[in-house]
Design a protein around this ligand. Structure first.
Ligand code: CA
Length: 233
């Protein structure tokens, strides 16, 4: 279900829009203040924003400009009150996708929303909202499935809990399956070049991984190459 955020300080308009969007199958969020609305863009990640211009807290022009400057590409339809505002939206590039002049009809509003959403779906522009890219690059090693997007590892369908570093170590080795890495290389790649630690750190984490994987069947996935380092078989 697409989520639409309406930022508008006039309760009667919010109510009217909210009702009609819900009837048409959208999830609706409301904000009556610019600052609150801005926060909700980040916390709620709507699929589209209906944005009034004259608002308490922060006006619609500012909100639009700040979101675009922050690289947020969520489609925005401005709700303009007077001819003057309409001219301004037309004449200046605030990064809005469309505008609707008040008073507007519900049918017109629905048509604009559908058109803008369709345009975005086709263009597949990555905003902050889409739940895309899940499962697109899971890594499989035997019974192990590593999902880098969700930080989840399963073995034979059962989830295994790892610390962040254990997870990153496992992912790194799995991504480079078959390749042998020295402890120094692993420290560098997984812990970062600035990490001041001993190579023993790697051994400790490998031990933890092995203990959690396959009930401690030591060499099932991770192989120790004597005098060199580790690899995933
Ligand atoms: Ca207003």
């Amino acid at each position: 279900m697409k989520k639409i955020l309406i930022i508008e300080d006039e309760p009667s308009i919010r109510e009217l829009v909210n009702y009609n969007l819900k009837v048409n199958g959208y999830e609706v969020l409301e904000a009556g203040d610019g600052n609150v609305g801005m926060d909700m863009v980040y916390s709620e990640k709507p699929d589209l924003i209906l944005l009034d211009i004259m608002l308490p807290g922060k006006d619609g022009f500012e909100i639009c400009r700040e979101l675009r400057n922050a690289g947020i590409k969520t489609p925005i339809i401005m709700l303009t009150a007077k001819n003057e505002e309409t001219d301004k939206v037309r004449g200046l590039d605030f990064g809005a996708d469309d505008y609707i002049s008040k008073p507007f009809g519900i049918r017109e509003m629905m048509a604009r929303i559908k058109a803008v959403l369709r345009r975005y779906d086709v263009a597949d522009i990555p905003g902050i909202s889409p739940e895309t890219e899940t499962n697109s690059h899971t890594i499989t090693v035997g019974d192990l499935v590593i999902d880098p997007d969700r930080y989840v590892v399963t073995e034979g369908g059962k989830e295994i809990e790892f610390t962040l570093k254990e997870f990153e170590l496992l992912r790194f080795l799995a991504e480079n399956r078959g390749h042998v890495f020295t402890r120094d290389e692993i420290l560098d790649k997984v812990w970062g070049i600035d990490y001041v630690g001993e190579t023993r750190t790697v051994d400790v984490h490998i031990r933890h991984l092995r203990k959690k994987l396959s009930q401690g069947d030591e060499d099932k996935y991770i192989e120790t190459i004597r005098g060199k380092g580790y690899k995933i078989k």
